[in-house]
Design a protein around this ligand. Structure first.
Ligand code: NA7
Length: 453
């Protein structure tokens, strides 16, 4: 892509942005980096990602550990060979669940330290048959257009038409079995209309997966520990795996419940829980990310009047459309909090934001404008709408990274917009068509007199 679009000359590689400051008189952002390079730009677009700030828990004693430790989000590019080693994996989200079967095949012994069990479905990954690849690629433009009309931004799954509670037990079992055999998470959640809306409906799908876990894992105590029981299926990221539950039938794998017996400390030779000590040569932290707001808050983003993103988002993120933040003119976000981003196909949502921002910047240029800022009231309304939509679903019932629940002390607010891609895109397009409704527009020469929308 970089070569095809001749992008390399526009990119500063190996550069970390430390601070970005808005100059209110000039209507520009100044971007300061760790290489000393400073850039000034009319607009600043934060494409810093939702899952880009890996987070390692502060467990006492890690500095004393004599083995090697890794974080799944900072994996060495050259790979890691665990052959013959005693390995501990901490964390059983997507990253843990997908790496555990592979590490188990190499390690002498693998200890999986689980605090919370998660639902996982078979990925059914196989080499792509060439014919399927050809027909799929030939349909790219039509698929992309169709994807914009689906809630998750993913084409090719017929939307459900029926409530799970309107189906008979036998119908439901057949439907879930078929989806289990096919693989995929969206397709599974698309079995019925109300799996993410109604707890009773959801229970039927959650119980189906628990039965699969019990049927797969031979040791009944281990199976029971692996059965999620604290959240409805789909309200945390629904994991896809290859042989995850089967891995616990291996003799070199031990599941350790750190919910009832928490980790106390890491020692030079391993890890100590409340009731036991585990000798380890390597530790893998699969403990996730400071999701959705972490990367933005890591950079010192502020205006020359002194308002900072850290202060503004102290009680949780506030945005207008997940695209801009009141008080921070000319600063855009790609898939910011309160946009559908992480609850959709990311590439599509990134594309929609990029197109919207490009259209906006073009509009400002065409109208001789140099400043755009979200209005407080529009932002308040959007945050409220975002919360109301989430509260109509089961999502807030889970202690997920969508809620900020995985970071001690982080405010618990449901961050993604779950009203679906079509409703969101329609709103963004309407806002633009109305001359950027809910935004104040202005010019550097006329700071005081913002053009009314
Ligand atoms: P996740 O989904 O946030 O999972 C992190 C896991 O680490 C989860 O099982 C946590 O348990 C566990 N965790 C976190 N802190 C601790 C401590 N202190 N002690 C023990 N266990 C801990 O991150 P992933 O990287 O797996 O996946 C992130 C997303 O990337 C994923 O959803 C996909 O969208 C791609 P907890 O549930 O908090 O009890």
């Amino acid at each position: 892509m970089a070569d095809r679009f001749d992008l390399r000359r526009e990119i500063e590689f190996n550069t970390r942005v430390k601070e970005v400051v808005f100059d209110e008189a000039a209507h520009t952002w100044t971007i300061k980096t760790d290489t000393g390079r400073i850039a000034t730009a009319r607009y600043c677009i934060m494409a810093t990602g939702n899952l880009s700030t890996p987070r390692k828990p502060s467990i006492a004693g890690l500095d004393s550990f004599e083995g090697k430790w890794y974080h799944t989000g900072l994996w060495p590019h050259e790979g890691v060979d665990f052959t013959g080693l005693r390995v501990g994996v901490i964390g059983t989200g997507s990253s843990g669940v997908q790496s555990i079967p592979i590490i188990a095949k190499q390690a002498k012994h693998l200890y999986v330290f689980q605090r919370t069990a998660n639902f996982s479905l078979p990925a059914r990954n196989i080499p792509m048959p060439p014919e399927k690849e050809r027909t799929h690629k030939a349909e790219y433009p039509a698929r992309r257009r169709a994807a914009y009309d689906t809630p998750f931004g993913i084409a090719g799954h017929p939307p459900p038409v029926k409530s799970a509670l309107a189906a008979t037990e036998e119908e439901r079992l057949n439907a879930y079995e078929a989806k289990w055999a096919e693989g995929g998470s969206i397709s599974f959640l698309y079995s019925y209309t109300d799996l993410l809306l109604n707890k009773e409906a959801n229970d039927t799908a959650s119980e189906f997966v628990r039965r699969k876990i019990r049927a797969t894992v031979k040791d009944s105590k281990t199976a029971e520990l692996l059965c999620p029981n604290d959240h409805p299926i789909g309200t945390k990221r629904l994991i896809l795996d290859t042989d995850y539950y089967e891995t616990f039938n291996r003799t070199n794998v031990t599941l350790v419940d750190i919910r009832s017996k928490p980790i106390r400390e890491i020692t030079p030779t391993g890890l100590r829980t409340k009731d036991a000590e585990y000798a380890l040569d390597a530790i893998v932290f699969a403990t996730g990310f400071d999701a959705m707001t972490g990367a933005m808050k890591e950079i010192d983003i502020h205006t020359d009047a002194g308002l900072s993103i850290q202060a503004k988002w102290e009680d949780g993120p506030r945005t207008y459309l997940g695209l801009m933040v009141a008080g921070f003119p000319n600063l855009f976000m790609i898939t910011g909090p309160q946009s559908p981003g992480v609850k959709t196909q990311m590439i599509l949502s990134c594309e929609q934001h990029v197109d919207w921002i490009a259209g906006c910047v073009q509009y400002l240029r065409d109208h001789g404008l140099t400043r755009i800022e979200a209005e407080e009231e529009a932002e308040d309304d959007w945050v409220q709408h975002n919360n109301e939509v989430a509260d109509r679903t089961l999502y807030p019932l889970a202690s997920s990274w969508y809620m900020g629940a995985n970071i001690p002390g982080k405010p618990r607010i449901f961050m993604p917009y779950v009203g679906g891609v079509p409703a969101y895109k329609k709103k963004c397009d309407e806002v633009a068509a109305k001359g950027y409704e809910g935004f104040r527009l202005g010019t550097a020469r006329e700071e005081e007199r913002f053009a009314a929308n």
